[in-house]
Design a protein around this ligand. Sequence first.
Ligand code: MG
Length: 357
Amino acid sequence: MIITDIQFLVTNFRFEEPMKVAFAAITDMDSCIVKILTDEGITGYGEAAPLPFVTGDNPGSILAVGKDLRDSLLGMDPRAIGAIHRVMDRLYAGNGAVKAGIDIACYDIAAKAAGVPLYKHLGGDDPHIHSNATIGIDSPERMADKALGRISKGFDILKVNLGEDIRTDLDRICAVHEAVSGKARLRVDANQGWSVKNTLWISKELAALGVELIEQPVPANDFAGMREIRENSPLLIAADESCHGISDAMRLVSMRAADILNIKLMKCGGIYPALKIAAICEAAGLSCMIGCMGESTLGSLAGMHLAAALNIASEADLGAVSVSAQAEVSGGFDHRGGKAVLWDVPGIGCTVKGANE
Ligand code: MG
């Protein structure tokens, strides 16, 4: 089997509601559907979802880099995923989102060719996923209301975005804690917004509220700060923006700077490198979660298949479970709140409007 064409279709996905994190407020995303055609008539779909301030990609760079990569990947076997990545990495450093889009489409083809759902192709046997819902930064009252809304929809793990003024952040998490009153497990994500000192101060308060973990408290490049917090905070510390590829994962592990790594396909460049990061976590005794960064259902579904294959379902952090399916992409999974089950169909399993075979 060989790749005969790679097409890129930029599509605007509007979020169900704006998502405010410490470094940005996001209402929609110009994401890119990647379509790979083969000489055997099997078509694969992937998604390259750019968050410029995290991965350095944007829609224009995805189209420009994607065209270059296409020219070098034509004629290759899409199932030779290691060789595909070697070609991509030789041509471009970084650019995780466009590489992830191509990687996901290749895995979709490989699973379709094997006649199995992607999670089975990746070695999994259980289609169930358990994911959190994310609460964006807002006033304490509105965040408490949003938390109750998520619980009414069946979610029982909430990731609460914080990372602004530390006193207001404490008011926010206290309001959410009081509202949910034991009906949901709580995690917080500061998205690089705190200092080491503030994180250690609020850690004790968060521990008293039963919060499970703090994600990315300090700036991405402050590995020493992450280590200092991990050594002195009573909570588990997760690395997100500090962990893009396998070398970041190795550095975090060797510095003992995190307890958990949040693996996102758009940061690391797809499922193939994500599996390597997961292996590093396993060898080091760390847990990992599979997250997303505003992808539509298509990109998030790829993350769900990976989470199912890695049997780390309780640590999934996947938006598609909490955002209703976008018009362009549908199907692939059923869910009630954060409990999702992947369809037993070959590949990723979703339908891409106007693009399916
Ligand atoms: Mg995060």
